[in-house]
Design a protein around this ligand. Structure first.
Ligand SMILES: C[S@@+](CC[C@H](N)C(=O)[O-])C[C@H]1O[C@@H](n2cnc3c(N)ncnc32)[C@H](O)[C@@H]1O
Length: 382
């Protein structure tokens, strides 16, 4: 049984629904699923990420690694400190959510005496940017002057670009492979409700990608052109350094496996994963797993080299997660047990350890990252 929304939340969802219906009307009765997802998540003042919903943590809709334990961000700080030293560079965090990860990474970099001159954050959500500013002012006032919020990607950058669960939040195209070839699955209004409707694919890039995948009739899945475009943009602006993206997903052969014929698109509402992306628009997160082969190809085509690709468990363990946990004495059960539980969730193959991956790109000759030292599976991507 799903928790009922409050009257205010329901009224908000009705406003988001009206906005989506107006978009469909204005477009002549049909929009692509990527357009639907973009508006449902990011329409200013309305979308899930753009209108004050709680989102992260126990009181929200889902929990991300930085919300579970500071050890996640602290471990990432250890992973990136050598790159910052080598490049004398900055950090750019994409999609910083509540600001939690920035607090933990910066705090640990300070302890390591490895602070970058600037820690930049770029988030498409003005609402979350305000929340990040509150979090950093409250929790790390002594480092506040190093944190800068950007309105757009910089033209040039050296250092480390970091994104946790950003790629899965980008709008995806839905493709339905049929006897007549791949079609673009979009959204129409039928009576009072949204409904699916397939059309020929007019975007040549999407058409080419869908044809190349050549899946069996009946197969339905996502293609994330926005992730490719973002990766290519990051490649262009990177002068020297490393890009680390962490997310749930697989290489293409697993992503488009015959058994995954209904795709990976999900809605998240109050810690329930739903198959129906039309449920309470504006109150649900919409997300699709990441095709890491596509991300790898986009990066390579844009001039990056792969630094590695591995499970979250391997990356964190290689980067010193256990050693950081052991700084809390196990005899101090009240402090130790919650952290040990969170670490277990981060690395257990039954939880986040295996489904979540880390992909790293490098430009400009940087020493190999310890995070990929054992268990690198980049060969599985291409
Ligand atoms: C699932 S949340 C993850 C938040 C945070 N990184 C965490 O791990 O808790 C996705 C975040 O990405 C942001 N986002 C989505 N598209 C983006 C883009 N193109 N550039 C920067 N941020 C983006 C969202 O506003 C949100 O902050």
């Amino acid at each position: 049984m799903l928790p009922a929304p409050t009257p205010d939340a329901l009224a908000h969802s009705q406003r988001v629904t009206a906005h989506l219906r107006a978009l469909i009307d204005a477009a002549g009765g049909w929009i692509s699923f990527a357009q639907f997802m973009e508006a449902a998540l990011y329409a200013p003042g309305l979308g899930y990420y753009a209108a004050g919903a709680m989102k992260f943590g126990a009181a929200g809709d889902f929990v991300t690694a930085p919300e579970m334990t500071p050890l996640f961000g602290r471990t990432l700080a250890h992973a990136i400190a050598p790159v910052l030293a080598e490049t004398d560079g900055e950090v750019l965090e994409l999609g910083a959510g509540s600001g939690r990860l920035a607090v933990d990474v910066l705090g640990e970099l300070a302890r390591l005496d490895a602070l970058p001159a600037r820690y930049c954050i770029l988030d498409v959500s003005a609402d979350l940017r305000a929340r990040q500013q509150d979090t950093l002012a409250r929790e790390l006032p002594q480092l506040a002057e190093r944190v800068h919020w950007l309105d757009a990607l910089p033209a040039h950058f050296s250092g480390v670009i970091l994104g946790n669960e950003v790629l899965d939040a980008l709008p995806v195209a839905l493709v339905h492979w049929t006897e007549d070839g791949p079609l673009s699955r979009g959204v129409i209004v039928e009576g009072d409700a949204f409904a699916w409707h397939d059309r020929p694919i007019d975007d040549p890039l999407l058409r080419a990608r869908a044809h190349a995948l050549s899946l069996a009739p009946g197969y339905l899945s996502e293609i994330n052109l926005a992730a490719d475009a973002l990766t290519a943009s990051l490649a262009q602006l990177m002068d020297r350094g490393v890009i680390l993206m962490i997310d749930y997903g697989f290489p293409a052969n697993e992503y488009y496996h015959p058994q995954r014929h209904m795709g990976t698109l999900r809605a998240h509402y109050r810690h329930h994963a739903l198959d129906d992306p039309f449920y309470l628009p504006g109150l649900c997160d919409l997300t699709a797993h990441v095709d890491f082969s596509a991300v790898a190809r986009a990066g390579l085509a844009a001039g990056l080299a792969l630094a590695g690709y591995t499970s979250q468990a391997s990356f964190l363990l290689n980067s010193g997660l256990t050693e950081l946990l052991m700084q809390t004495p196990p005899t101090d059960a009240a402090a130790y047990l919650p952290q040990a539980n969170a670490v277990q969730r981060l690395v257990s193959p039954a939880e986040m350890g295996e489904l979540f991956k880390v992909i790293g790109f490098v430009k400009g000759g940087i020493a190999p990252l310890a995070g990929f030292a054992r268990g690198d599976r980049r060969h599985s991507l291409l």
